[in-house]
Design a protein around this ligand. Structure first.
Ligand code: DQA
Length: 143
């Protein structure tokens, strides 16, 4: 399948950023893993990272008609962005939400996700493997 994989703000700083929570591997290593898993699972992927809400909205809008699935870690925008929720609803591309950490076990402000309102599936607390699980879900037909 053709999948768009979106990572939100500060995920470009993986490795440096709070390694006790997000791990010691960097964003480039995440991208290498994603490409390797895509090959294994028969997906064609595009990787996209931005620190800017509107840029992420533009990318989701541009995905319409071009991608069959979206895997998104909206990072901090998970908890704040009605705009990203609305963009995902507008394009109606099946979406899986991924978080490296288990947001349900963290601060109260992280426990609500706007994106969960549209995501077919949410995967939390599995580190990089969460993205693999999302890609497997699409490979298995998205059920
Ligand atoms: C995150 C969790 C968010 O609360 C946080 O703002 C992030 C990363 C995660 O992957 O665990 O930036 O989405």
């Amino acid at each position: 399948m053709k999948l768009l994989i979106i990572n939100g703000p500060n995920l470009n700083l993986l490795g440096l950023r709070e390694p006790a929570i997000y791990g010691s591997q960097n964003y480039a290593t995440l991208c290498e893993n994603l490409q390797k898993w895509a090959k294994e699972l028969g997906h064609e992927i595009e990787l996209f990272q931005s620190n800017h809400e509107g840029v992420i909205v533009d990318k989701i809008q541009a995905a319409y008609g071009n991608f069959e699935g979206i895997v998104i870690n909206p990072a901090a925008y998970t908890h704040t962005s009605v705009a990203i929720l609305d963009a995902l609803k507008a394009v109606a591309i099946p979406t899986v939400e991924v978080h490296l950490s288990d947001i349900s076990q963290r601060e109260a402000f992280r426990q609500f996700s706007f994106v969960s309102l549209v995501a077919k599936k949410t995967i939390c607390g599995k580190g990089f493997d969460g993205y693999r699980e999302a890609m497997e879900w699409f490979a298995e037909g998205g059920q």
